[in-house]
Ligand binder design. Structure first.
Ligand code: IPD
Ligand code: CA
Ligand code: CA
Length: 261
């Protein structure tokens, strides 16, 4: 079984890099993309669909018995089975506007555990990767969350979408600003979580992520020593959930400010 996961890990790393290169080829000329509106501030383009298709096709060729849960095609998976969770382009709103902050996210789940998390940023050519129990890396080099334990010294990143209430978002934002942390709104939750894992920021939060936005990053952040909220609780795998990822040192104050645990 361990060998099977290693094989999947290596394959997923290579497939994520190829998928990122395909995304980058579309990104060179975003003015040519037809943008489809899926919901309020929820976009997709041919790049999202083609990149997803390439990932699913490659993984299905190598691992025909695995299931798939992917943003553009959907998919029904049973929680205890073996399946891949895929976001072909996380940060589509950035991508279609030519803002170079987006990534490919691929995770592998087995028996309810996130065994593999891969996030590839093709613009920076950075591959964040983790296997459960074996640590997290950026382009093969070990990464670690910071030792931040003080919000006045913290960089707290976040996103907001209209699937949650403005009032709750404003209340949490007010608490965090009152605590005098620095903040950034990013537009790619998956890449934001990878950056917490890499010590570039100290926390990422969002009141709603789908599984494909969150699961790969959770695997990476945990292996980098980060604390992660309980995303898979309840109907997290089917409907999504709240997201908080941070250093252990600011966990309590971040939970108090956001109400996410
Ligand atoms: C979105 C990004 C964004 C988050 C949204 C997601 P997409 O994913 O992760 O940061 O705020 O909730 O839907 O649509 O770019 O794949
Ligand atoms: Ca996404
Ligand atoms: Ca997406």
């Amino acid at each position: 079984m361990t060998e099977n996961i290693e094989y999947r890990y290596l394959a997923a790393c290579a497939i994520a890099r190829e998928a990122g290169k395909l995304a980058l080829s579309y990104f060179q000329d975003v003015s040519q993309l037809t943008v489809e509106v899926k919901g309020v501030q929820d976009l997709a383009s041919i790049a999202d669909r083609e990149v997803e298709e390439s990932i699913v096709t490659r993984l299905a060729e190598s691992f025909p018995s695995d299931g798939f849960l992917a943003e553009e095609r959907g998919g029904a998976v049973s929680p205890g089975s073996a399946f891949w969770v895929i976001d072909p382009i996380d940060g589509t709103s950035n991508f279609v506007r030519g803002i170079p902050f987006f990534c490919v996210a691929i995770a592998y789940m087995l028996a309810g555990e996130i065994e593999i998390g891969i996030i590839y940023d093709p613009v920076a050519d950075e591959l964040f990767a983790a296997r459960r129990g074996l640590g997290a890396t950026r382009n093969g080099k070990k990464i670690q969350v910071t030792d931040c334990n003080d919000l006045t010294k913290a960089m707290v990143t976040f996103d907001f979408n209209y699937r949650t209430t403005i009032e709750r978002f404003l209340a949490s934002t007010q608490q965090l600003l009152s605590a005098q942390c620095d903040t950034r709104r990013l537009g790619s939750g998956a890449l934001g979580i990878a950056h917490v894992a890499d010590g570039r920021s100290d926390a990422y939060w969002n009141f709603h992520h789908y599984p494909w936005d969150a699961i790969a990053g959770f695997a990476i952040a945990r292996e980098a020593g980060g604390w992660t909220s309980n995303f898979l609780a309840g109907e997290g795998l089917t409907k999504g959930n709240e997201v908080l990822v941070c250093t252990p040192g600011i966990k309590d104050v971040m939970i108090a400010a956001t109400g996410i645990s």
